[in-house]
Design a protein around this ligand. Structure first.
Ligand code: PLP
Length: 392
């Protein structure tokens, strides 16, 4: 990959960087050094690949959805990240990052979580590797994501409820950063999306890039060509999209489409459609697009999907959308719900609420009959069943 790579200071054009308190500078430097030392190290790679294969269950299938294909008049493939251990793509990054943490001699992992998927993935790898685990989670999210909270408890994680603000992901990130400032030596902050200060967006994207690596190989096998015409993914912070896009970014024939959390509509004031209405600001360590109020303060976002309910977005996605390399669609709650029911009825797959935002993008494109389209199904919908049923 050549374009939309972070430069040595972590910038993707104007976006990115590492805007952090000085006390964290040594941590960020040590993380950058460890990442560069191990990412191409054969031993590290062997261990990472082995766990992805035998523990996570990779490669995940690339499934030709025949009824959906007929409905849309194109060949629609689903990349089945929902079949990963713990039910979403988050585990790919959690494993890679925890392996880095271990090599750095860290004994304690902290993480933030919104929907609870990243918390579960982190608690899982901490149990697997014998690491201490503290998860920060907004009090509101704890209420609306019960099953994931119980899973984290069973996995042995300490869960800290964050009561401040709206009690959602933004405040959980703030608290995790405070913890890291207070305990910089022994603690590894395992960020769950392609956000935060450099080098996090680069590290998370790289660990998730296994998704597009597999898509290329699987398409070659099934279609005799590595390149699809479209790749579609949902974006909260942007880790599953970064992974699904990674090995296609420098292939201009591949159109990259993004479904973000439109909420009640991008101009309704109740939205998380950052790429559509965001403005430039530093949030959680990097300069990116952020949803702001009229005074330039971070505005509380809204989406039916807890995993997309974030006022910022990863800097790589801000840069790609800004340059026109990706096309964002603000998918409303209703569109996402309809897409979830459509996939369930036609293919017998209940997608995560987040992934339903990617599936809904199919409604916005006029395909040609021989188009090959890959939709990244980032996770499974078990955690969202109550929301799905209540909405009908
Ligand atoms: C967390 C989550 C997302 C959103 O996060 P990204 O970093 O944008 O991928 C999307 N889908 C599922 C299933 C998730 O759990």
């Amino acid at each position: 990959m050549k374009t939309f790579q972070a430069d040595s200071n972590g910038f993707y054009g104007r976006f990115g960087g590492a805007f952090i308190p000085e006390i964290l500078r040594p941590n960020i430097d040590a993380l950058t050094e460890a990442y560069h030392r191990y990412i191409d190290d054969p031993e590290f790679k062997t261990e990472f690949d082995r766990l992805l294969r035998d523990y996570v269950g990779r490669p995940t299938p690339l499934y030709l959805a025949e009824r959906l294909s007929k409905h849309y008049g194109a060949k629609i493939y689903l990349k089945r990240e929902d079949l990963n251990h713990t039910g979403a793509h988050k585990i790919n990054n959690a494993i890679g990052s925890a392996l880095l943490a271990k090599r750095m001699g860290k004994k304690r992992i902290i993480a933030e979580t919104g929907a609870g998927q990243h918390g579960v993935a982190t608690a899982t790898v901490c149990a697997l590797m014998g690491l201490g685990c503290t998860i920060y989670m907004g009090a509101t999210d704890i209420q609306r994501q019960r099953p994931n909270v119980e899973r984290m408890k069973m996995l042995g994680a300490e869960i800290v409820a964050v009561e401040s603000g709206s009690g959602t992901l933004t405040e959980a990130v703030d608290r995790a950063l405070m913890d890291w400032c207070a305990n910089p030596e022994e603690t590894f902050y395992l960020i769950g999306s392609a956000v935060g200060p450099h080098p996090y967006p680069e590290i998370v994207s790289r660990f998730q890039s296994v998704i597009s690596e597999e898509i290329r190989r699987q398409l070659l096998e099934k279609e005799g060509r590595e390149l699809p015409d479209y790749v579609i993914a949902c974006v909260g912070g942007g880790s599953n999209a970064a992974g699904a896009f990674y090995h296609f970014i420098d292939e201009p024939s591949v159109k990259l489409l993004v479904g973000e959390g439109g909420g009640k509509g991008s101009d309704s004031g109740q939205t998380a459609a950052t790429l559509t209405i965001g403005r430039e600001k530093v949030l959680h360590g990097s300069n990116t697009l952020v949803i702001l109020d009229e005074n330039g303060n971070v505005k509380e976002p809204y989406s039916i999907s807890a995993g997309l309910d974030y006022p910022g977005v990863g800097p790589m996605h801000a840069a790609m959308a800004d340059a026109g390399r990706t096309t964002p669609f603000a998918i409303t709650d209703n569109e996402a719900l309809q897409a979830a029911y459509r996939l369930t009825a036609m293919e017998g797959i209940i997608p995560a609420m987040e992934s339903s935002h990617a599936l809904a993008v199919l409604e916005h494109v006029r395909f040609k009959p021989d188009d090959i389209v890959v939709v990244n199904v980032s996770g499974r919908g078990d955690k969202d069943i109550e929301t799905f049923l209540r909405a009908c």
